[in-house]
Design a protein around this ligand. Structure first.
Ligand SMILES: NC(=O)c1ccc[n+]([C@@H]2O[C@H](COP(=O)([O-])OP(=O)(O)OC[C@H]3O[C@@H](n4cnc5c(N)ncnc54)[C@H](OP(=O)(O)O)[C@@H]3O)[C@@H](O)[C@H]2O)c1
Length: 332
């Protein structure tokens, strides 16, 4: 059986172009003992994959040009030589960017049966959701009554973060781009602020208008002007959870730091980066807490869906142009 997969042909600087990605085919070997073959039904594309295209190790190994890319995927088992998996099982795993995956059963996980669509395990109940929960609770230590600011607030991570913060009794402000994203945030009870066309000072002024008392928590997904504007609006003892810095992922060279780091000092604030994988032993707790609230509609989520394996590179590139509301996915 053949597997069709994407690779990169080089290590890009700046914003990658569509030509970076090549579709290749490979004949799969016979299934070995302990292996599982999966027909992928949904692929995830995520901003962190840009860092893996640099050719350099960061907190994770880089992609290798010419070799299959990988990433989160869900699919259906079509053959198994691992007694734990049967044909027809719905599973998640890390061999995305391809239509058919073959891997050790050790790296495959049966989807929990929570009554949600299977692709939810790539978004609101998968890695992005777990990231939202981890950053808010374990890093920013959000408490009832906190004023909370979230950047990229309508994305996969941000849109769950704002809802968890509201449910925990926070007053929440969300930064996003397009008008329909701002409207969705407003419908969730979040005060929306657009960053488009604004420098850090203008954004800081708008954040002040949205929340004159300042923020106890800043959930950082973007960096750049958002971080500088947030620093200008901190409350005493504020906590900043640095989840992502997407504004710099396609930068051509070193990016300037915020000019107002002194605000951390003045407000006795704490800023801490985190990688969700270091917290994965808490995933069952997250699922127990958040899963039923997604299943009963208390927590809402959106998906932006591109169709077919060929669309995977475009889906990925759109993340950097604000082309997604909620989780960006590819349906095969
Ligand atoms: N630390 C971890 O373990 C971890 C895990 C998962 C994700 N992350 C990080 O969390 C962040 C969000 O990830 P996600 O998967 O939820 O992606 P996402 O928010 O669903 O998609 C990216 C969004 O970022 C916004 N954006 C892109 N470039 C921007 C820029 N230059 N300035 C301002 N906004 C920009 C766009 O929305 P607008 O239309 O609003 O511009 C875009 O839709 C990323 O930084 C990611 O790297 C970290």
């Amino acid at each position: 059986m053949e597997s069709n997969y994407f690779t990169i042909i080089d290590y890009p600087t700046g914003m990658p172009s569509r030509d970076l990605f090549a579709l290749r085919h490979r004949e799969l070997p016979e299934l070995a003992d302990g292996e599982v073959r999966i027909r992928n039904t949904w692929l995830s594309v995520d901003p962190y994959m840009r860092g893996r295209m640099s050719g350099q190790r960061t907190y994770i190994d880089p992609f290798v040009a010419g070799e299959p890319l990988d990433g989160a995927a869900v699919g259906e088992v079509i053959a198994s030589r691992d007694a734990r998996f049967q044909e027809g099982d719905k599973v998640s795993h890390g061999a995305g960017w391809r239509d058919v995956a073959q891997l050790s059963g050790e790296a495959v996980h049966k989807l929990p049966d929570l009554g949600v669509p299977e692709q939810a395990y790539l978004g609101v109940l998968g890695m992005p959701g777990m990231t939202a929960w981890t950053g808010l609770n374990r890093i920013a230590d959000m408490r009832e009554g906190d004023n909370v600011l979230v950047s990229a607030a309508s994305g996969a991570v941000g849109s769950l973060t704002v809802q968890l913060a509201k449910a925990k009794g926070g007053r929440v402000v969300g930064i996003a781009g397009a008008p329909q994203k701002l409207e969705w945030l407003e419908s969730l009870g979040v005060t929306p602020v657009s960053y488009r066309g604004k420098d850090a000072r203008e954004l800081a002024a708008d954040l002040h208008k949205a929340c004159p008392d300042g923020f106890d928590v800043y959930y950082e997904n973007v960096g750049g002007a958002c971080l500088e504007a947030a620093l200008d609006n901190l409350r005493l003892g504020a906590r900043i959870a640095v989840c992502g810095l997407i504004d710099s992922y396609n930068a051509q060279g070193p990016t300037p730091g915020p000019s107002n780091l002194s605000k951390l000092l003045f407000h006795r604030a704490r800023m801490e980066g985190f990688i969700v994988m270091d917290h994965w032993d808490h995933y069952p707790r997250f699922l127990e807490e958040v899963g039923p609230r997604v299943a009963n509609g208390e927590i809402s989520y959106k998906e932006t869906v591109e169709e077919g394996l060929d669309a995977t590179p475009d889906a990925f590139l759109k993340l950097f142009e604000g082309g997604n509301t909620g989780k960006m996915l590819v349906r095969l």
